[in-house]
Design a protein around this ligand. Sequence first.
Ligand SMILES: [Zn+2]
Length: 313
Amino acid sequence: MARKNKNNKGLYLITIFLLLLLTSTGIISYFYFDKQLKTKKQETTKSNNAYLEKEKELKEKQKELEEEKEKLKDFDNLEEKIDILKKDYFKAIKELEDSILASKSDKKIAYLTFDDGPYYNTYKVFDILEKYNVKATFFTTNINGDNCYDKKSENCLVMYKEYLKRGHTIANHTYTHAIFRGLYKSVDSFMDAVVKQENHIKEQTDGYVTNIIRFPGGSKTAGKLKDGIVEKLRERGYGWVDWSAEDGDGGNLKSKEQAWNTLTSSINDKIEVILFHDYNNITTSILPEVIEYLQNKGYILLPLFYESNTINK
Ligand SMILES: [Zn+2]
């Protein structure tokens, strides 16, 4: 009986001990998991806040983007507006040309053109033209490639964007300008050089398209090929132009006096297309006086445009 009591007491103690163990484990677990839960909650709140913050940022960015898009729409319209203005401007100049040619107007027009660029020397031409607020036409070629005169750190291809930035007109003078090295071998060889320069201009300017061309050496250099070439040019939407006056800088020019005399003696029409080469230092040295001379004689100095009577189509 006494042993039985002893056993019961033992069992009782074990039960109590087990109960205590379970309770304490429960309490510990409760506090432990509660703490973890709280930490989790805190983390969730934190990441929720971060998420809200990000969402707000994104919404702001989206708003900015919408605003930029609106601005871009304005730019699209701006280009359209410029195109309309250009068309009106060309129409007005064409009408002025018509009345000059019909002797109904005593105004005069001179189109200054510069061949064979770009060159670094072109900057000198830019500065002079800017001083007199005159816009000109540049007949471009890749004849110089990387070997520009007055070589500086940058390749002179950067000039293509400069032409447009400064309001001048870019025209095509063939990619190779290889008068004695195959340009005039056939209609196709000529047209290849035209298309190559057309693409080159587009690449260098992000898409500028010209529809005016000058034959290297002048159209007479094409000889028997001329008619065939002109037909192909017409098909491609090009008009072509030679020149009616020059200072002789494409040849063997020896002095400023020679350039001045050659030029002034060749200016006698009411509408003149004047040929220069922007690489020639004699030309740049007399250019300010040339501009003043022309303006004093009543010439308006303008860049060429396709619709002009001077452009053969
Ligand atoms: Zn040339």
